[in-house]
Design a protein around this ligand. Sequence first.
Ligand code: CUK
Ligand code: CUA
Length: 763
Amino acid sequence: MKKITQRTVPLLLAAGMGLAAATAWSAESLQDVLKRRSLSQQDLLAAAKTYVPTGKRDEFVAFSSGGQSGQIIVYGIPSMRILKYIGVFTPEPWQGYGFDENSKAVLAQGKIDGKDITWGDTHHPAISETNGEYDGQFLFINDKANPRLAVIDLRDFETKQIVVNPIYKSEHGGAFVTTNTEYVIEAAQYPAPLENKKFQPLEEMNDKFRGGVTYWKFDRKEGRIVPKESFSLELPPYWQDLSDAGKGPSEGWSFTNSFCSERYVGGIEKGRPPYEAGCSAKDTDYLHVINWKKAAEIVKQGKAKKINGHDVLPIDVAVKEGILFLIPEPKSPHGVDVTPDGTKIIVSGKLDTHTSVYSFEKIQAAIKAGKFESKDPYGIPVIGMKDALHTQVQLGLGPLHTQYDSKPCTAYTSLYVDSQVAKWDFCEGKVLDKISVHYNIGHLMTMEGDSAKPAGRFLVALNKLAIDRFVPVGPLHPQNHQLIDIANDKMQLLYDMPLPLGEPHYVVAIDAKKLKPGVRYKVGTDSRTDKPHPGAVRAGEEVTTRKGNKVEVKGTLIRSHITPETIDVEVGDEVTIHLTNLERAQDETHGFTVSTYNVHASIEPGKTVTVKFKADKEGVYPYYCTEFCSALHLEMMGYLLVKPKGWKPTKTEMAKANYTEADYKATLKKVADTQAVIDSVVGYITSVNFKDFPDVVAMVEDATDQLSKIPEAKAKHEAAAAKKDWEQANLWAEQIWQYQVKTADLGLRAKTYLEQNGAKKVK
Ligand code: CUK
Ligand code: CUA
């Protein structure tokens, strides 16, 4: 369609077309758009299922591993709009994560042997559960490369804690939570000696190398993992992979699959066949079946041994106590997923076309009867596959991961080699539907699909390759998350979302209504500890102190200034700046940075943050607010003055501007006019039931704060005017206007909010 330009309009009119015709031309109909963009009815249907109009919100919120970015990506479903990145193992500048002292303390928990590790390979996020259902309180995620686990509090979407696994050198099977988040499960991946920094030759793989599974104790009230109450189970040097916790009838048990139970050691450069040949030679590997409840009791009885100061239950103790069993699983399996009702366990072998459904009841019957087909080389009883299987289903090539539907007995399994998702019935053992994805799917995820109560509706395919799906951006392609409608019998592909931040492995999605994040902190909170920040001050209490060469600033932030506005130090001083955001209004975040000192903080309403640096370079360094927070945001700044040692001023006054009495009068008039605007807004707000709207109450409080500063400024301008100091008089009057502008800004936002949210007149 030709664009209607200023030139073409007169032409159309000249051709005898009326205004109505011109209007029809300028507004395309739906049919026009479909034709112009070559869209099908299917496309239109998909668009209608995913499009979330402005002002409306997504039904589900997804937390995706950020892969090599070491972060978490938060996006909405079905819109697939990205909402946030959460810095976890990696600095995240926007949130000041890794650039302020409080968040640095969290990242420092992830140091290994004293060394900073500022990246992570995140794989598996997990949402905390109550009775097996997502409760929306906490999020956990693992780092495969540097065996670590992180805790994120969903009240503020911030990382609160990182724990380093005390005995592994890599891990994979985390994070998976038990039914009431008593423990967060993390299993090893590549076997290694468990003793820290101990060398053992590969020739002694079978004897000196070990795998394991760790149960991190989670204290829900504190919102933190308790390392002292956590323990691990020593496992053979099979390559433990993913885990899942039992639920319902299988509660108290956990399942960890493995591959390379051949315990093969490669070394192609030494003439040995490579790992990939030796690790997939056998037809089966082992599913580990573990009674974690009993294991926890046995550890409490002191039957664990300490390795690197951590409780580890040895294999022989676990066998003697009857808490560890193996079941063969075909072939190079990847992923173990307990069904929502907890009665079955589904395992897929990457190199087998079948998916195996194990029956927990049969497993228990075999254990009870002492019916084992053999023992593995470490003395662990092995339950016969046929004694544990419910059924096996031929799904396709390269089955990997499984998720569940809200409909009974319905599962979805990713087929890596086939690049498909199979929908199947795990009770009857039959395939129901298949859909192609682009390309080479790894994990897949349905809404709350690994919980006891899956929500169905949508599925996301996490594809390993994007190949030709997007506009090319160089040899490194974005990832492709594909949204699929699973509400009907036939699956329908709805949407492709490129993800440009590492290779996500797993995603979890929760009903958005279950998330209840706060909009502000209690004033003076250290968000990383959830405790009062010792550097917090309230308005009027701002202070700068010096002890030796240590300068400490306790300042505040409120639209549109930073208190203090100058920080005077000497070269070599150690500078600590604590800043409290005094705002109450939603979304009034201030940022803070000091030129060239590599510090940055995001200070949301109520938060207190510390930045710290050594002022090792003489000079003048502006500091400023980095969030466009108000009309006078650009003025929200100050100077760090780093003076040479022993420096003395030669000039004692600032340059003057020549303000006159007329300037002062003009400013006073502006102040009076603005007050009239404020009065009318206040009139409106108080005429309705604004007290029923907490967001508005917060804005009104902030506005009242601003207004309360006016009398002091008024006294100052009147005193200056009495002395005919027109500069001081004018500028203090001007300051009143600044308070008014901020008040009016808040007032108008409150008014708009009330109008849009159906405020009612009160008498
Ligand atoms: S893993 Cu990557 S596709 Cu780490 Cu769960 Cu399967
Ligand atoms: Cu505060 Cu910009």
